[in-house]
Design a protein around this ligand. Structure first.
Ligand SMILES: [Zn+2]
Length: 100
């Protein structure tokens, strides 16, 4: 009787054996980032902002673009003027703070 050639899959390394916890190992990226932030960040909201800044910026930018395309004021949900990305109210406002 021929021996079946069913290779037993090598036992997969568990997470423990794959990454043994050594003393003095580098902390995870998250720990390094948050650890370094402790001095600069005052509260958890600021910490969240700093940690997720790229994502938040992307989201903001994309919402800006879609609003611009649809002709909505980028600062509120009113319809924008055809000549501007703002509604009449925010256009007036922007003129005020651009003067400063
Ligand atoms: Zn507006």
């Amino acid at each position: 009787m021929a021996k079946k050639k069913t290779k037993k899959a090598p036992a997969r390394k568990t997470l423990k054996t794959a990454r043994p916890v050594k003393r003095g190992r580098k902390p995870s990226k998250f720990a390094r980032v948050t650890g370094g932030l402790k001095k600069k960040v005052k509260n958890r909201f600021q910490k969240f902002y700093v940690l997720h800044r790229p994502a938040i910026n992307n989201w903001r930018r994309s919402s800006y673009k879609t609003k611009k395309k649809q002709g909505i004021c980028v600062k509120c949900k009113k319809k924008a003027l055809k000549t501007s990305i703002f509604c009449a109210y925010h256009l007036a406002k922007s003129r005020v703070y651009n003067r400063r």
